[in-house]
Design a protein around this ligand. Structure first.
Ligand SMILES: [Mg+2]
Length: 369
C-alpha cells in the first residue's frame, strides 16, 4: 500500500515537472520574463528576477535527478546533461538525456540563454597552488585549457605579493603564464588611487609595495589596507584609525575573512578592515573580489562580457558568488580554503562544485565550449 502511494506521488511529480518544462518558455514570455525580454539568460541579470528563475530551474533540475536516480533502483543519479544547465532549447531539454556521468560532484545552476564561452578567469592561491606547492595536475590542466579557443586570465586578491613576485612563484611551479595575464586587487587599488588622486598610507606587505611605485605617499590623506601581518600592530592601526576619524577614506584591497597557508587557515585582511570600520563608524571602499568592478575590469581587455565568461576559485563568496553576481558562471573547487558546505553559503549556488582545478577544466572543455 505504502509502495503504491509512493509510486503515485512520484508519477504526479514527474507529470507536473513535464508540464512545467513544456510550458515554461511560453509562460515566462507571457509574464514578460522570457529570454528575449530582458532577462537574457540566467546570470546576466543579478537581480531578483534572475535569481527567482534560477531557483525555479534549479529545483526542477534536482527533481529530475532525484526521479532518474530512483528509477535506477537505488543507483546513484547521473548528472543529466541537456537539462537546464546548457543553452539548448527547452523542447530539447525536456527530453531527459542519460549521458555518461561527468567527473563532477554537483551541478545545479542554469546557463540557458548564455552566449558562447570566451574567457576563463582563474584564481591563484588555493586554486592553482598553495604557497609553493602546485595543486596536483593543475599545470597540465592549464595547458589543456590554453589549447581551446578561450582567453585565460588570472585574478587574485593577493595583497602580500607584487605581480612580479606572483609570476616568479608560478613560473617556478611550472605554470605557463605571462605577467600581463595577471590582474590583482593591488592593480585595482592602484587604479582607484590614481583616479581619485589620493596619497595613501599603505598597509600592505613590503613585497607588494613595488606595485605602487610612482604613487605619492607623502602626507597621506587615505588609508589603503591589505593583508600586512608585519604591519598589523597597535601603533600602525591606531594611526590609520586617527586618519579615518579626520576624514581620510578607507580603501580595502579586499575583505577576505581568512586564507589557506601551509600550516592551516590564517586571518585575512577582512577582520582588520572591519575593526577599523567599527571603530570609526565608516564603510570601506573594497576594490578586490567579490566587487563587481573588479571582475568587469579584469574582463575589459579581453573583449567579452560577463555572460561569456566563467570564474574558477576556492572561495565561495569572493570568487564564485562575486563572479555570479556580475553575470558570470562560477565554479567552486574543493582545494585551498574550501570547507565542507561552502557551496551552500551563496545563493544562487555555484554553477558547479568539483574537487579541483583539473576537474573544472575538464567540465569547461566538455560542456561549455
Ligand atoms: Mg583563492
Amino acid at each position: 500500500m505504502a509502495f503504491t502511494l509512493y509510486t503515485l506521488i512520484q508519477t504526479a511529480i514527474l507529470c507536473t515537472n513535464a508540464v512545467a518544462v513544456l510550458h515554461e518558455e511560453r509562460f515566462l514570455s507571457k509574464i514578460g520574463w522570457g529570454v528575449d525580454q530582458g532577462v537574457g539568460g540566467f546570470g546576466d541579470d543579478p537581480g531578483v528576477k534572475a535569481q527567482v528563475l534560477n531557483l525555479i530551474r534549479s529545483v526542477r533540475t534536482v527533481m529530475r535527478v532525484d526521479i532518474e536516480g530512483q528509477n535506477e533502483a537505488g543507483a546513484a543519479p547521473d548528472i543529466c546533461r541537456g537539462t537546464a544547465t546548457n543553452a539548448h532549447t527547452h523542447t530539447e531539454i525536456s527530453v531527459i538525456q542519460r549521458l555518461q556521468p561527468l567527473p563532477i560532484i554537483k551541478q545545479v545552476s542554469s546557463m540557458a540563454g548564455r552566449r558562447a564561452l570566451k574567457a576563463v578567469l582563474i584564481d591563484l592561491s588555493g586554486t592553482l597552488h598553495i604557497e609553493d606547492t602546485a595543486v596536483p595536475g593543475a599545470q597540465e590542466a592549464l595547458n589543456r585549457l590554453r589549447q581551446a579557443s578561450v582567453a585565460v586570465k588570472f585574478v587574485t586578491n593577493t595583497t602580500k605579493e607584487s605581480k612580479r613576485n606572483l609570476l616568479e612563484r608560478l613560473q617556478r611551479l611550472n605554470f605557463d603564464l605571462q605577467e600581463k595575464e595577471i590582474f590583482t586587487s593591488l592593480s585595482a587599488a592602484r587604479s582607484l588611487l590614481e583616479q581619485k588622486q589620493h596619497r595613501p598610507l599603505l598597509l600592505v606587505e613590503d613585497s607588494a609595495l613595488e606595485d605602487f611605485t610612482g604613487i605619492d605617499t607623502t602626507e597621506p590623506n587615505a588609508v589603503v589596507i591589505g593583508l600586512a601581518p608585519d604591519h598589523f600592530n597597535y601603533q600602525t592601526l591606531n594611526k590609520a584609525f586617527r586618519m579615518i576619524l579626520d576624514g581620510a577614506p578607507l580603501i580595502a584591497i579586499h575583505k577576505a575573512r581568512y586564507y589557506k597557508r601551509k600550516d592551516g587557515l590564517a586571518l585575512g585582511p577582512g577582520p582588520f578592515v572591519t575593526g577599523l570600520e567599527y571603530a570609526t563608524d565608516c564603510k570601506a571602499t573594497v576594490v578586490g573580489k567579490p566587487e563587481k568592478t573588479f571582475f568587469t575590469q579584469a574582463l575589459s581587455d579581453l573583449g567579452c562580457s560577463p555572460n561569456e565568461a566563467v570564474m574558477i576559485g576556492d572561495d565561495a563568496r569572493d570568487d564564485v558568488g562575486g563572479a555570479q553576481n556580475t553575470g558570470m558562471l562560477g565554479i567552486l573547487v574543493r582545494t585551498g580554503k574550501y570547507r565542507e558546505g561552502d557551496e551552500n553559503k551563496i545563493n544562487p549556488p555555484p554553477h558547479l562544485t568539483c574537487d579541483s582545478f583539473p576537474d573544472a577544466v575538464e567540465h569547461i572543455l566538455k560542456n561549455l565550449l
